[in-house]
Design a protein around this ligand. Structure first.
Ligand SMILES: *Cc1c(COP(=O)(O)O)cnc(C)c1O
Length: 224
């Protein structure tokens, strides 16, 4: 199957209103181009070096989502062009994004990444950490960030009930944030969850933004 056929099939399987982010990590620009030519505009990358190499090679109307762990000292490289940083997992990082937004005279869209998997290896906030982060956001004027919602990754498992439960947890975090801090902020409406293997469950549990790599581009081959 070609990239454009994969995209067509996938899009037909999305619930209305759910955004598809094509996760293009490890893929060459020629392959991203195929997706772009098929109409895809939202692309997801998880490494700063890779996204900054690809961005100038792609048309300027691509909407770049950063979905990987982001080191504070690298925010400056993606701030000038990034559409949405989905992986904000600390106050320190959020403050740096605000600073770089100011420097670039723009507002940088962010999602708060929550830890929902039963796996130690994944990044993300828990509710207590999100609470203290929000207390600071509330008091300090951060005019160069906009928090649009939450992001999370479920465990890598065949246990569908567990995956569903983890997505329910994320939805719970979203509802809590919405009620406590964003009741009057219409921009706060995004729940980014679901990948190739679990996006159907994620949509059933309220996802607004699915991040799909291998079902669009085929399996990734990691060299080295
Ligand atoms: C790689 C990645 C995806 C896409 O994974 P697939 O299983 O290839 O669809 C989604 N989200 C994040 C954060 C990723 O790193």
């Amino acid at each position: 199957m070609s990239v454009s056929q994969n995209l067509q099939t996938l899009k037909a399987s999305l619930k209305p209103g759910v955004r598809l982010v094509a996760v293009s990590k490890t893929m060459p620009v020629s392959v991203l181009r195929e997706a772009y030519d098929a109409g895809q505009r939202h692309f997801g990358e998880n490494k700063v070096q890779e996204i900054t190499l690809k961005q100038p090679e792609m048309p300027q109307d691509v909407l770049w989502h950063f979905i990987g762990h982001l080191q504070t000292n690298k925010v400056k490289y993606i701030a000038p062009f990034v559409h949405l940083i989905e992986s904000v997992d600390s106050l320190k990082l959020l403050k740096e994004i605000d600073k770089q937004g100011a420097r670039n005279q723009c507002v940088i869209n962010c999602l708060l990444q929550f830890y929902i998997a039963g796996e130690e290896t994944k990044f993300g906030l828990d509710r207590a950490e999100a609470q203290s982060l929000m207390e600071v956001v509330q008091t300090e004027k951060m005019n160069h960030i906009a928090i649009l919602g939450v992001m999370g990754m479920a465990s890598f498992t065949d246990d569908q009930a567990q995956i569903r439960n983890e997505f329910k947890q994320l939805k719970g975090h979203f509802n809590w944030l919405k009620n406590e801090w964003f009741a009057k902020d219409e921009r706060f409406c995004e729940i980014s969850m679901g990948m190739s293997g679990d996006y159907q469950i994620a949509m059933e549990e309220g996802s607004t933004n699915v991040r799909i790599g291998s079902s669009v581009f085929g399996a990734r081959v990691y060299s080295k």
